[in-house]
Ligand binder design. Sequence first.
Ligand code: NAD
Length: 284
Amino acid sequence: MFDIKTVAVLGAGAMGNGITQVTAAAGYTVVMQDIAETALENGLNTIKKSVGKLAAKGKVSQEEADALFARISTTTSLEEAVKDADLVIEAVPENLELKMEVFKRLDAACKPGAILGSNTSTLPITSIASATTRPQHVCGIHFMNPVPVMIGVELIRGRLTSDEVMDAVVAYVKQIGREPVMAVDYAGFIVSRLLDVLNNEAVKCVMDGNKPEDVDKAMKLCCNFPIGPLALIDMVGAEIVLHGLETLERDLGDKYKAAPLLRQMVRAGELGRKTGRGFYTYND
Ligand SMILES: NC(=O)c1ccc[n+]([C@@H]2O[C@H](COP(=O)([O-])OP(=O)(O)OC[C@H]3O[C@@H](n4cnc5c(N)ncnc54)[C@H](O)[C@@H]3O)[C@@H](O)[C@H]2O)c1
C-alpha cells in the first residue's frame, strides 16, 4: 500500500543530514529542508565529508558518491520539501510546541498517503500526532547519533498508528541497511528512558568531585562502553539531554530530575561539541 520513493527530511542538523545521507545512499530521492540556508550548507558539507571518508576507505565508489549527491536536493520551504514526499522524517529541535506546529503544517501540505515520522528522542508520538488529522500515518523513527555509523533505529507506534504504516517504516529501515527496534510509546521509549538515567547520574558523579575523564574511563574500561556517558552528552548536545530529562520527569517522575550542573552548563552555552565546550573542549 505504501510505496516509498521520495523522502523529505526536516532539519539539516546533526541528525537530519545523517538521515539524508543514509536514505540517499539507499537509492531514495531526498529533499533536505531547514529554516536556515547556512544549516543546509553545513549539512551538505557534513555529508560530503562523511561520504569522502567512505570513498577513501574504498567503501563507496566515485560513481556511487556522485549518484548519492544527485539524489539530494535542499530547500528552506517546508511546503516545497514535502509536496511529493511519500515519507517525511522530522528532525527539528526537541521541543513539543515546535514539533506540533511542524506536524500541523505537514498535515496541510502532504499528500494523503504520506507517512509522517518524527526523530524525537523522548516526546510521545501520540502527542505529536494529535497536531494532525491523520494520526494513523504518524510514527516515531528514532535514529541514533552518528547516523551513518549506528545500525539500530527505534520505531515507535503511536496509539493510533496503523499496522500498514509500521510495516512500511520497517521495510524502509531495512532498505537503508539498518535494524528496526520496536518500542512502546511512553516518554523516552527504550533508549532515552534507560540512557538518560545513566547520563544524569554521570553528571552527578562530576558534581561529587569525579573528573569527567575518570567517569568516562571507568565506564569504557570497566563496563566495555564504546563511549563514556559524558563524552556522549557532549556529542548529543547538553540541551537535548536536558530537554529529554524534563520530558521524562514530567511523564515518569522524580528519578529523571536533571542534575543542577547539566542545567547550569546549558545556561552557559556549554552544549558540547556543537559549541566547542562541554565536559571537554573541542577545537575541530
Ligand atoms: N543529537 C542527537 O544525538 C540525537 C539523537 C537522536 C535523536 N535526536 C533528535 O533529533 C532531533 C534533531 O536533533 P539534532 O541533534 O539534529 O538538532 P540540531 O540542533 O543539530 O539540528 C536541528 C536543525 O533544525 C533546524 N530547524 C529549527 N527549526 C526548524 C523548523 N521549524 N523547520 C526546519 N528546520 C528547523 C535548525 O536550523 C537546525 O539546523 C531532535 O528531536 C533530537 O531530540 C537527536
